[in-house]
Every structure is written in structure tokens, then in C-alpha cells.
Design a protein around this ligand. Structure first.
Ligand code: TEU
Length: 543
């Protein structure tokens, strides 16, 4: 049934609930606000929304620290608001994906509150507790992604507990089957409320090495997925994540989803140079995750070599772990990284680069996640130290400024206070340059970035080959990305000029090209070299 495979090739729009739309005048976005803005999202032509966590939370990590997995945090509304959101989304033909943070909870969660009391209470083994080494230091050298040791001391139990992120995000012990069951119960809770899928936060962090072996060092300069100043990046994470036991849990998770036909999952995989391999492995066959997404295209690297290398590595791994049917979900921006318009800022016209990036993402094989505001071409906001809320940024300031700069409120209407996000001063400022890019200045305006997103999304939808056709790269130039998409007796050529100067693509002798760029289908036959303007692109049919 193809309707149940909606996720394969889907365009998913990520909503960061704190910053989408405030409806009750407290300066923080909420579920009612999201529901109000769903028609805008549906009009973009996307298939699904992914909403970052809105569950009960002390918000130490802005909701990625959950203290009740089965309720809505008051700042975002009440359960009925979520039910209305799902109803409205479905009415508009949008699937709803929620963000499950199963790997760790908040330290305020009743499970942890009990677990930390002593070594033999009913929840004593629900988290990862271990004795100090003889000299009192933590049991392993494992680091926290957010800085410092991954272990925190609890004076009452006289033991350390593991936290891969903040100390207030203790790591749940998935070696304990009761924990797995409890987490799957929370998944079922939301399935019963009608959600269509899950984005699984840190899906490769569920298990740790039971023997508590130290991570070996990673060679300096080797690729890592955290800021360079962070010691976390200089370990080879063999033992604190991506453990073999994980697959067993993913299978249990998938079996549960299979009871609810038409649901889907996306695992977030941060695994350094191994991410692409892990993504392919976790989505191989039909009994694990549906899709995975890595940080590879969330990096500052905007080179042909990088894009090509990542896709080729993924495809190779996909053929190793399955018949080539592993499924990626690519993203250029999200709530954790500098917006790609700033990350990839280079010489050239802002709007042209924004459109080039959108076209590239939508021509790749796989599904796609957009992050709210990228359809407006938003850049990273500059946030003063005093306004920072992200502990990750506060820890590493000023070398790393944290994640607030991509989390600022969505600019809706240029003429309204706070761009229509809220009637009061929002939790983070709305930068001036975002106000002038507000959605009301772009929607309906010919040639705008937002209209381009809309056109290209519908173009992609009309071309099944762009969604699931095989991808293979064609040599062009160090700044020219060229690949073909092939399927169902059809072959498309996709060309992207990543350079700020024009360059020509020499069409191989035996190819006859018909240009069919999305916004103005020209249907014109091409002979001789294809001349692409600075940051230009083209999709053509190969005859
Ligand atoms: O992110 C996982 C993760 O590893 C990120 O911390 C990433 O390394 C970093 O942001 C890159 O700059 C997920 C969520 O997306 C993030 O918001 C949470 O803080 C984190 O998990 C902990 O739950």
C-alpha cells in the first residue's frame, strides 16, 4: 500500500514550538499557536510536521529533558490543545511527527527522583549508576556532549550516574528490560492519540557498554560532530553509544509501530565519521527504523566533495546492510546548528544561494527535513551573552555561541510588533533582518525564497524519479555538483553550481538533454555545454 509509505521521500517541516507562534501572550510559542499557523505550513506543500518536544519539562535543555513523557508542558498548553493540533493537521493532509527523547529523562522525572535515593529501590537500576574508581574519579573517561565528564556524583547513593548531555539529563539504562517496556509504553500512548510518527532523539545513545570500557582517543583533526573546542570530539565513541544491543531495541520499537499502519520513524544519529554507516544499518530491512538522519549536512562544509562523499558513503553502506533500500532523511538546518544561510555564507546573492540549497536538498535521494524559517532564507541571529539561554552555549562561550541563534521567533508579519510572533517581548529577540524577511513579505510575492520552496516542493512531488530514483554522480568540477536520478525508464540530470562564478557543464556526447527547470519549464532541447550562472542549477531530462 503506497499510502502507508508516505514517509519515503516525504518533505518534513520541523517546528520548534517555543518559537513558532505565541497564542497566549507569554512570549513563548505554544500548541494553539502552531495549530493556528498550520494552513501556512500546509500551503508550502510539505507532507508532515515534526514538532520538537512539548512534554512536561523543567526546560534545562528546552524540552529535551522530559519529566513526564505523557503530558504537555503548561508553557505549551494542555493535552486537548495537542488533540486539536493533530485533528487540524490531519484535516489539512499533514502527518504529525513528535520528538521522543527516550535515551535520557530530566533529573526531575519521578523515576530518577526515586532511583537516586538508594541502591535497592524499585527504580534503582533504571538509570546508569556505577561506583567510583578507587581514586574517587568517574568510572570511565566518557565525556558529556555539553562539556565535562559524562558522570555526575550522587552523594546519597555514593555512586556516579551517566549523563551524555547535561547533568540534569540522566541516561536511562536500556540494559534493563523494564526501562525498554516503560519507554515503549510512552510511544504507545502517543500512537493511541493519533500521531503518525516519531523523530527519535539521539537514537544511537540508548545503550552503553556494560563493561564500562574507556573510549580511546580520536586523532586530532579527525572529523567530529561537535564544536572543535569540545573535548567530546576528541574521543572515539566506541563504548558510550552506538552499541550493538541498540538494534534489538529498535526492532522492538518497529514492531510496535507496525501495529499502527502508516506510522514512521526518523532516528537522529550523531556518530562522527560512522554516522552514515550507522544510518544505513539502522534503516536496513523492514524491521528497524524507517529513516535516519545525521549531522553530515549540518556541517560548515559546502563543497562538492563533501556532498558527493556523504551520499556515496551512505549508498555504499546501504548496499552493504540491505539491498540498497536503507533510507536517509537529509537536512541542512535544525534547532541545534547555525542556520545554513550563515554557515555556508559566501560571496554571492543571498536569495540565489537559498534557492540553490533548497533545490539541491529536494533533488537528493531520500526524505527531507526543513527547519522553520529556512523557507524565508533566514540567517543565524546574533545573540548577546546576556540573552543566551542554551547551557551548551554558555559552557563554551565565546568560542561556541550555542544554539539560541537558530531558535529565535518566527517572523510572520513585517508591520507587527515582534513580527507577529507574540504581543509581548519574546523569550529570544527577533532580529531586524528577520523582520524584513517576514513570511507576509514573501508569500504571494513572485521570485521570493518562500515561493521558490513552494514551487520546488510541488515540482519534486510531480517527479517520482526525484524521490526514489537511483542516484549516481557525474564528474564535473570541484565546485560543480552533478548527479543523475534514474528510475522507471527515466533519467534526470541535476546540476548545481556551488561557485560564485558562472561555469559550464560539458554534456556527454551520447546524451540529449531537455531542460525542465521547475519554475519555468522550458522544454527546450540543449545542445553543447550547459552554462550555469553563479549559484545556478538545472534539472534536465536525459534523452
Ligand atoms: O541532539 C543530539 C546532539 O548530539 C546534539 O547535541 C549535537 O551534537 C549538537 O547540538 C551539535 O551542535 C539532540 C537534540 O537535537 C538536542 O537539541 C538536544 O540538546 C540533545 O539531543 C539532548 O537531548
Amino acid at each position: 500500500d503506497t499510502s502507508q509509505k508516505w514517509w519515503r521521500g516525504a518533505v518534513i517541516y520541523q517546528i520548534y514550538p517555543r518559537s513558532f507562534q505565541d497564542s497566549n501572550g507569554d512570549g513563548v510559542g505554544d500548541l494553539v499557536g502552531i495549530t493556528r499557523r498550520l494552513p501556512y505550513v500546509a500551503d508550502l506543500g510539505v507532507d508532515a510536521i515534526w514538532i520538537s518536544p512539548f512534554f512536561t519539562s523543567p526546560m534545562a535543555d528546552m524540552g529535551y529533558d522530559v519529566s513526564d513523557y505523557c503530558d504537555v508542558d503548561p508553557v505549551f498548553g494542555v493535552m486537548e490543545d495537542f488533540d486539536s493540533l493533530v485533528e487540524k493537521a490531519h484535516e489539512l493532509g499533514l502527518k504529525v511527527i513528535i520528538d521522543q527523547v527516550l535515551s535520557h529523562s530530566s533529573d526531575q522525572h519521578p523515576w530518577f527522583q526515586q532511583s537516586k535515593l538508594d541502591r535497592d529501590n524499585a527504580k534503582a537500576n533504571w538509570y546508569v549508576w556505577a561506583d567510583a574508581r578507587p581514586d574517587g574519579t568517574p568510572p570511565t573517561n566518557w565525556q558529556s556532549v555539553f562539556g565535562g565528564s559524562g558522570w555526575a556524583w550522587n552523594p546519597k547513593r555514593k555512586q556516579y550516574y551517566l549523563h551524555n548531555f547535561l547533568a540534569s539529563q540522566p541516561d536511562l539504562n536500556f540494559h534493563n528490560p523494564e526501562v525498554q517496556d516503560a519507554m515503549l509504553d510512552t510511544v504507545r500512548f502517543w500512537l493511541d492519540r493519533g500521531v503518525d510518527g516519531f523523530r527519535l532523539d539521539t537514537a544511537n545513545f540508548y545503550f552503553h557498554d556494560k563493561e564500562l570500557r574507556d573510549n580511546p582517543p580520536l586523532a586530532k583533526g579527525a572529523a567530529n560532530d561537535v564544536p572543535d573546542i569540545n573535548p567530546y570530539g576528541y574521543q572515539d565513541h566506541l563504548y558510550d553509544k552506538t552499541r550493538p544491543e541498540n538494534i534489538g531495541f529498535l526492532k522492538r520499537f518497529r514492531a510496535l509501530l507496525n501495529e499502527y499502519p502508516g506510522t514512521a520513524s526518523i532516528g537522529e544519529i550523531g556518530d562522527g565519521t560512522r554516522s552514515l554507516k550507522t544510518m544505513a544499518e539502522y534503516t536496513a530491512g523492514n524491521d528497524r527504523l524507517h529513516m535516519c538522519y545525521s549531522f553530515d549536512f549540518l556541517s560548515p562544509d559546502f563543497s562538492v566533495e563533501h556532498f558527493r562523499g556523504c551520499v556515496e558513503d551512505f549508498e555504499a553502506a546501504s548496499h552493504k546492510f540491505s539491498d540498497g533500500s536503507s533510507w536517509p532523511c537529509w537536512a541542512f538546518s535544525n534547532h541545534d546548528v547555525i542556520r545554513h544561510m550563515t554557515r555556508w555564507a559566501e560571496e554571492g546573492d543571498h536569495d540565489t544561494i537559498a534557492k540553490l540549497a533548497a533545490a539541491m536538498l529536494l533533488c537528493l535521494k531520500g526524505s527531507v527535513c526543513f527547519y522553520q524559517g529556512e523557507e524565508l532564507g533566514l540567517t543565524e541571529a546574533e545573540i548577546a551573552f546576556e540573552d543566551l539561554t542554551d547551557p551548551y552555549g554558555i559552557n563554551f562561550w565565546p568560542e561556541f555561541k550555542g544554539r539560541d541563534g537558530c531558535r529565535t521567533p518566527f517572523p510572520w508579519e513585517r508591520a507587527l510588533a515582534f513580527a507577529g510572533f507574540s504581543e509581548v517581548k519574546p523569550w529570544l529577540p527577533v532580529p531586524d533582518e528577520h523582520i524584513s524577511a517576514a513570511s507576509d513579505t514573501q508569500i504571494g510575492s513572485n521570485g521570493s525564497i518562500a515561493e521558490f520552496y513552494r514551487d520546488f516542493i510541488s515540482f519534486r512531488k510531480s517527479q517520482p524519479t526525484l524521490i526514489s530514483g537511483d542516484i549516481s554522480f557525474v564528474d564535473w568540477s570541484p565546485t560543480g555538483l552533478a548527479f543523475t536520478r534514474e528510475g522507471e525508464g527515466e533519467r534526470l540530470l541535476c546540476l548545481f553550481n556551488l561557485a560564485a562564478r558562472a561555469q559550464a557543464f560539458k554534456v556527454p556526447k551520447n546524451w540529449v538533454l531537455t531542460e525542465f527547470s521547475p519554475t519555468e519549464p522550458k522544454g527546450r532541447a540543449i545542445s553543447g555545454p550547459v552554462e550555469l550562472p553563479p549559484h545556478g542549477f538545472m534539472v534536465a531530462r536525459i534523452g
